[in-house]
Design a protein around this ligand. Structure first.
Ligand code: MLT
Length: 258
């Protein structure tokens, strides 16, 4: 499958800081980062294929590797050779693939609320059920599940209100494609030791989908990595605690730039 140039929103100047969203979202989830950090970098929010303003979802869906190759093609088009890559959850799966396929373009990584492990059999069956659910009933029942799973207990109503149109705006076919792509993704645990760029791993302490313990184990396996735990945040730490998240990004950039 030929890679495709993706829709992006770009603000600021300086080294490229590229944001890749989770499931079933778009670059809109990074609003507080792309509007809050442009004094420090060229902030680029990317819509993966089929999400947000990026069209061209293949009829048989897009794999995680295809998303990674699309990202590389997009950076070629924008003229950015090396990037600091910020990626949340499914975006983290794309980041691990990008590392395997295009590592010479990665100056540093910020991984947020993601995991290196592949799905076990139970999780794979859950992906099939998710794909069937959205194909049969659209996004509304998935939104009902995700508004509990993605956010901390007693979520901020403003965050719920910001998240709903992003998820409800995702085409059901795209969400189904994401579910299958995540089911079939490679295990990245064996790659962690090879990641020889600075890594900051940011994780909400109330993430219900991916535990802080598994994040800690991954951070220990990466040669040059720091863990930042964000209190009062679930899986969507960049939206739930944008100031703390942005402070962690700034600390990372200071570390990388020396
Ligand atoms: C995401 O937020 O991207 C997803 O929850 C990731 C997953 O389900 O594995």
């Amino acid at each position: 499958m030929e890679p495709k140039v993706l829709a992006t929103e770009e603000r600021g100047k300086g080294p490229a800081l590229v944001f890749v969203h989770g499931f079933p979202l778009s670059a809109a989830m990074w609003k507080e980062q792309v509007t809050g950090l442009p004094k420090h970098a060229t902030c680029i929010g990317v819509d993966l294929r089929g999400h947000g303003m990026s069209e061209g979802l293949p009829t048989d869906g897009a794999t995680i590797d295809l998303h990674a190759d699309d990202l590389a093609a997009t950076l070629d088009e924008l003229g950015h050779d090396k990037i600091d890559l910020v990626a949340l959850s499914m975006g983290g799966y794309v980041a691990f693939s990008f590392w395997r396929r295009h590592k010479d373009r990665v100056r540093s990584l910020i991984l947020a609320d993601t995991k290196a492990e592949a799905d076990n059999d139970e999780a794979k069956a859950g992906r099939d059920a998710t794909a069937a659910l959205v194909r049969d009933q659209g996004m509304a029942p998935l939104w009902e599940k995700l508004k509990v799973g993605l956010l901390r207990d007693e979520p901020d109503p403003e965050v719920v209100a910001a998240l709903e149109p992003i998820i409800m705006g995702c085409p059901a076919e795209t969400a189904a494609s994401d579910a299958i792509a995540m089911r079939d993704r490679a295990d990245s645990t064996g790659d962690l030791a090879s990641i020889d760029v600075p890594v900051t791993w940011i994780h909400g302490t109330q993430d219900k989908l991916m535990t802080l313990e598994s994040a800690k184990a991954s951070v220990e396996a990466i040669p040059n990595a720091k863990l930042v735990a964000i209190e009062d945040a679930g899986h969507m730490a960049p939206m739930e605690q944008p100031k703390h998240f942005n402070d962690a990004v700034l600390a990372h950039l200071e570390w990388v730039r020396g």
